[in-house]
Write a protein that binds this ligand. Structure first.
Ligand SMILES: [Zn+2]
Length: 231
């Protein structure tokens, strides 16, 4: 059995309601990470995701690399988006039970890494329940105790861009890679994953329905999606 929690970054876009409708049709509840500036641009689409039962967390306001900005700037990025999330949950009339955070680019904040983790603890941010993830490196790199949400498998479909040479075939190769250079082997029996996907109009322009193609494929390969739970 292969179990996974699906996380979708960079919402919201003009396509978010279509994405949410598809997830609902498949019975998949996901953890979405919103950029604050995207909440401002597409508030109704975030409300739509919330009212359909998706969990929406904080992915900073303007998506900087936290290793390249000061701690104070980082906190501003986080807190501006926390306010936007509080407001949008209220507008959606959905109780905000959890406060997960994901750093853009998987950056942990460079020299400020420990300060950010302490901040998340002090402010009551939510940790995605990752206790079933058995990879030694998950513990080794401190990911089992970090509060922010990283991932164990990345589709990397955001690399499908004009002239990048990266195609859906490369995404499938990653899905079937039994010894990936980064992350865990998705289809290894008994594994538990946090999967990273993105809500990007640019990818949709390259591959219509890309998220349906990817999700259908991993479902056929036996991946079972579980609801995100928090500890
Ligand atoms: Zn992102």
């Amino acid at each position: 059995m292969i179990k996974a929690i699906l996380t979708i970054d960079d919402i919201a876009t003009s396509n978010t309601p279509n994405l949410v409708d598809y997830l609902v049709e498949k019975g998949i509840t996901v953890l979405m990470f919103a950029q604050g500036s995207h909440i401002e641009r597409y508030p109704e689409n975030v409300i739509y995701a919330l009212q359909k039962g998706m969990v929406v967390g904080n992915h900073s306001y303007s998506h900087p690399n936290f290793a390249e900005i000061s701690f104070e700037e980082g906190i501003q990025e986080i807190e501006k988006t926390e306010k936007l999330l509080d407001d949008i949950y209220k507008k959606a009339d959905v109780e905000r039970k959890y406060r997960p955070f994901r750093f853009p680019y998987g950056s942990k904040g460079g020299d400020n890494k420990d300060r950010y983790q302490q901040y998340f603890k002090d402010k009551g941010f939510s940790k995605l329940d990752d206790r079933k993830i058995a990879y030694p490196w998950w513990k080794e790199f401190g990911l089992s105790t970090d509060i922010d949400t990283l991932w164990t498998f990345d589709f990397a479909e955001y690399q499908i861009r004009p002239d990048s040479g990266f195609t859906m075939d490369d995404v499938f190769k990653r899905v079937h890679d039994s010894n990936p250079a980064s992350g865990g082997a998705l289809l290894e029996d008994g594994s538990n994953h946090i999967i990273l996907m993105h809500d990007h109009e640019e990818t949709l322009a390259m591959v219509p329905d890309y998220y349906k193609i990817m999700i259908e494929h991993v479902l056929e390969c036996g991946v079972m999606f579980e609801r995100p739970e928090f500890i």
